[in-house]
Design a protein around this ligand. Sequence first.
Ligand SMILES: Cc1cc2nc3c(=O)[nH]c(=O)nc-3n(C[C@H](O)[C@H](O)[C@H](O)COP(=O)(O)OP(=O)(O)OC[C@H]3O[C@@H](n4cnc5c(N)ncnc54)[C@H](O)[C@@H]3O)c2cc1C
Length: 390
Amino acid sequence: MYLEQSEEQRMLHESLDKAMKKILTPEYLRRIDKDGVYPYEAYDAWVELGLTGCGIPMSYGGLGGDIEDLVLISEALAAWSYDVSTALTVPLFTGMTLLRCGREEQKLALLPQLASGKIRMSVCISEPDAGSDVSAIKTKAVKDGDTWILNGQKIWVTAAGARDTVLQIYAKTDPSVSAKNGLSVFLIPNTTPGIECRKLEMLGRRAAGSYEIFMQDVRVHESAVLGQVNCGWEYLLSGLQVERAITSAGYVGAAQKVVDLAAEYAKTRKQFGQPVGEFQAIAHMLADMQTDVDAARLLAYRAARHLSRGQSALREVSMAKLFGSETYIKIANQGMQILGAYGYSLETEMQRHFRDARSTTIGAGSSQMQRNAIASLMGLASRPARRADS
Ligand SMILES: Cc1cc2nc3c(=O)[nH]c(=O)nc-3n(C[C@H](O)[C@H](O)[C@H](O)COP(=O)(O)OP(=O)(O)OC[C@H]3O[C@@H](n4cnc5c(N)ncnc54)[C@H](O)[C@@H]3O)c2cc1C
């Protein structure tokens, strides 16, 4: 896939575009963004296309495929809306953690439901006092017979309040040791008694939404622990690499759409008797924009290639995440400049990209943290970096 799509991938891309054209109309996208409504109609279409089973082996009811396929789906879908794309990519990469780290009975129980669209998944790591520094997680789970009782709070969790969502919640299970040895992951439906999800007002990414989650005496059976108790740190690190590779491809798809919109506008908008795209200032800006997006795409594909070969790819993923997110922001800013006042109007798509893009150097690990990780792999200790790879 490094540079060219296979025939199967090309066909998938085409059917996705065809289905999305009917659902993700400009009016629909404007409405769900404005009102903060989850894109259930789009999700149903993804289920029909089998996309919710992508990356899940056929033996668990999925479509098969690997990270490279997920990356292509993420890129294709984000061209419609980065926000909407996360309604699919978050369950997909969260499902990959279950596939990689779950016990066999958990995979048999949950992966077919995820593939068939019966359930969704969201990942709950961040807390009010634990952002870049995940080791500061305070949510705790205490064993009581064959159950665990969870108390704590999560924040900024994407799409946590959507119907039928199973939350992957990181909690401290051994307070006597550091998070590296005392963190576990719980699989808990968002309707479980004691859980309250509250949607937050955000600048962008308003349809899938960001949620605050309150947990008060949430009692779950011990079978809700993903994989093994106290192995959460290991699951987190490998999960973040997959998450970042997939989201980086989303930045690329969305940024490419911005370039296409801006180029189209520049060819048709006339001032001083000529298309504005014939002014060198605008033409060169567009040439730089396309070059940046192509570079971001290559980094995202390289990261996916490494991961699909089963290699750890901290360097490749961190670079793809860093460059992809910063490119999306830069391109959305330039795209808005090219569209002039039209780009700033809430009636056009450009301002949504501008708002959605702004989150991408923060969410899934900030740009500063990606630079810390890259620098530390170059032998440059950047302090403090207790979680250099997060
Ligand atoms: C739209 C969106 C969606 C999200 N979705 C999810 C989700 O689904 N699940 C989830 O668990 N979380 C989610 N998050 C949370 C996200 O992971 C955190 O926002 C991120 O890890 C940064 O944490 P913070 O916002 O608390 O910033 P902080 O960690 O408080 O950082 C504040 C600033 O300090 C910088 N900084 C911090 N430490 C260092 C350091 N060591 N070196 C240099 N600079 C540093 C940061 O880069 C940042 O600029 C989401 C966030 C957003 C914006």
